[in-house]
Design a protein around this ligand. Structure first.
Ligand SMILES: [Zn+2]
Length: 84
């Protein structure tokens, strides 16, 4: 049987736990970043308050989260005052 003292056991346990946490964070964070992108189609500019925001829904209308006004995109994908 392998004999180790208390402090060695604690340090081995903490090392394994920290390595597992590190690799879990790396792999799960990397998987999330693959699905996240800032596509220009989802970037909106409010025509009233000029607030820029991100709306991933595929609709031609969007509500501004800051002032609540309705914004519209035209066929070319331009949003805000130019689209109206
Ligand atoms: Zn607004």
């Amino acid at each position: 049987m392998i004999e180790i003292d208390f402090y060695s056991a604690i340090s081995i346990f903490l090392s394994v736990f920290l390595l597992a946490s590190f690799f879990y964070f790396i792999f799960t964070d990397g998987a999330k970043r693959k699905n996240t992108s800032l596509d220009a189609r989802y970037l909106w500019h409010c025509s009233v308050c000029l607030h820029a925001y991100f709306d991933a829904r595929r609709s031609s209308f969007s509500h501004c989260p800051k002032c609540g006004s309705i914004n519209k995109k035209d066929i070319n994908g331009k949003a805000g005052k130019d689209a109206l």
